[in-house]
Design a protein around this ligand. Structure first.
Ligand SMILES: Nc1ncnc2c1ncn2[C@@H]1O[C@H](COP(=O)(O)OP(=O)(O)OP(=O)(O)O)[C@@H](O)[C@H]1O
Ligand SMILES: O=P(O)(O)OC[C@H]1O[C@H](OP(=O)(O)OP(=O)(O)O)[C@H](O)[C@@H]1O
Ligand SMILES: O=C(O)c1cccnc1
Length: 486
């Protein structure tokens, strides 16, 4: 490789306009004003009833190491930035406070997932990377959770690396898939980096190398104790399954015949026939693994057809978020310092759903103590404490007549302090802990929110104070615009 600059930092993993805006702020002397931005998405991915948040570990890593290196500065110099601005950029680190929902949190549209309070320049420079990370990982974790919803307790292996949108996506996608509910990944590097269980069978090429299944299975079994034989290279029922049975019988206790994998053809029909053959041959414990372009839709169909599948391998459609390639999370300014005080800001849109909600906010999950289920999420201004309100009025933020009163509840603040004044104060959980957290959180939701087709809309409401503040800000902008004379 003969590149002019070494790839030794992620500070330039940003859109040019962020640097240009920061240059203007710096020239104007406002780059250190406090600014507050929030990350949120509007539309539920895949039409799912909930999303699974992922990406925080990478966000933390990115922010801890945030700095412009000599090669970054040399490149910026080359493309025309002035020396005094570069001298300033050299000093920039992340010194802000970041509050966020944790990985594995069940989240919904229009609620703040991450809140960044930092000097304006810093908060601006990190926008692109934060969105890049959270958009992808949350999307994949959510897709995996959809798949897990239809699979139930059977194991799901993530097989997507070869079809992922490049290497980083494979690695972080594998991790996100495991957060969402996959039990293992085929990506060995992801196993090494994140402590995720790895799993695998064998490919058609190995059968082709030995020209017949019998020899290939024997060779595999002579080096590996646990054997899952791939049975669809030539003819699943006439050749693959009989050869798997023959080798398993011949080797007896010398191997652990875990089962067979079917990777083409009619998976319902073939799995039922194969099940019968394995049972009749005395292998009722042998498992049937299925793969081939699977997703939640094919799996639900296969189950409806009575497919005898015990374990699922899911690749392309999971790792590429095949039916919805982007989450669409945004990063919006909600407050900015003026005369030493934070002032709320708003972005108006003709589309009511795109009008931002001004001010520093918190998001609470309102859990009914009687049944242990969530009543909805409740967004408040920073200073509010919904726990002190009894009964708590929850109302739809657009169709405000839809409302309910909740009593006997626990209001759980979903945001944790991750960085305080640039210092990391959060201890990262293990992947196993994150997976358990997802399961525990999903128990809070009624099944109606969890079905994969037309789920009931989960309430994400604004507190009265938050709603009033939004209306007041809209009115303020309206009056300002009305006074303009152009
Ligand atoms: N019984 C079934 N009901 C619904 N979908 C199925 C069933 N069996 C398999 N499928 C799905 O149908 C698709 C079939 O893919 P494809 O047309 O590539 O056929 P194939 O059998 O894999 O052929 P090839 O040998 O070329 O791989 C896959 O997505 C697979 O998961
Ligand atoms: O279908 P996916 O959900 O994407 O799962 C991954 C696929 O990758 C492999 O196929 P491939 O044809 O690449 O290699 P093989 O010869 O090992 O089957 C495997 O057999 C699966 O079909
Ligand atoms: O181990 C497997 O069976 C596997 C791994 C990656 C992709 N497809 C299948």
């Amino acid at each position: 490789m003969n590149r002019k600059y070494t790839d030794d930092s992620l500070a330039l993993h940003t859109d040019l306009y962020e640097i240009n805006m920061v240059q203007s702020y710096w020239e104007d002397g406002i780059h250190n004003k406090r600014a507050v931005f929030e990350v949120f998405f509007r539309k539920m991915p895949f039409g799912h009833g909930y999303a699974v948040f992922a990406g925080l570990e990478k966000v933390i890593d990115y922010l801890r190491n945030f700095k412009f290196t000599e090669s970054d500065l040399a490149y910026l110099r080359e493309i025309g930035y002035p020396e005094d601005f570069l001298t300033y950029l050299k000093t920039v680190r992340f010194t802000g406070t970041l509050r966020s929902v944790v990985e594995g949190e069940i989240v919904f549209g229009n609620e703040p997932l991450i809140r960044v309070e930092a000097p304006l320049a810093e908060a601006q420079l990190i926008e692109t990377a934060l969105l890049n990370i959270v958009n992808y990982q949350t999307l994949i974790a959510t897709k995996a959770s959809r798949i897990k919803q239809v699979v139930g307790d059977e194991p799901v292996a993530e097989f997507g690396t070869r079809r992922a949108q490049e290497m980083d996506a494979a690695i972080w996608g594998a991790r996100a898939a495991v957060i969402g509910g996959c039990d293992s990944t085929s990506n060995v590097r992801a196993g090494k980096l994140f402590g995720i269980p790895v799993s695998g069978t064998l490919a058609h090429s190995m059968v082709q190398v030995y020209h017949d299944e019998y020899t290939a299975f024997h060779k595999y079994a002579s080096t590996h104790k646990n054997c899952i034989f791939l049975v669809d290279t030539y003819d699943t029922l006439k050749s693959g399954v009989p050869n798997a049975i023959r080798v398993a019988k011949e080797l007896g206790d010398q191997i652990r015949f875990v089962g067979i994998r079917i990777d083409s053809g009619d998976l319902a029909y073939l799995s039922k026939k194969a099940r019968k053959m394995l049972d009749e041959a005395g292998f009722p414990e042998a498992k049937i693994f299925a793969s081939n372009d699977l997703d939640e839709h094919t799996i639900i169909n296969l189950k409806a057809q009575g497919a005898q599948v015990d374990s699922w391998g899911v690749g392309t459609k999971l790792i590429t978020a095949f039916d919805q390639p982007a989450l669409g999370a945004v990063y919006k300014l909600v407050a900015i310092e003026e005369d030493g005080k934070l002032i709320d800001t708003i972005k108006i849109s003709g589309n009511p759903e795109k009008v931002t909600t001004p001010g520093l906010k918190k998001v609470y999950r309102i859990i009914n103590k009687q049944n242990g289920k969530s009543e909805g999420d409740y967004i408040t201004l920073d200073w509010e404490n919904p726990q002190e309100e009894e009964p708590l009025k929850m109302f739809h933020p657009v169709h405000t007549f839809i409302s309910k009163y909740v009593t006997n509840f626990e209001a759980v603040d979903l945001h944790k302090n991750i960085f305080v004044d640039g210092k990391l104060v959060y201890e990262l959980p293990t992947i196993k802990e994150i997976q358990n957290y997802v399961k525990k959180n999903l128990d809070l939701l009624w099944d109606e929110y969890k079905r994969i087709l037309n789920p009931t809309l989960y309430p994400v409401d604004l507190s009265q104070a938050c709603w009033d503040n939004k209306m007041a800000n809209i009115e303020k902008v309206r009056q300002k615009v009305a006074k303009l004379k152009y």
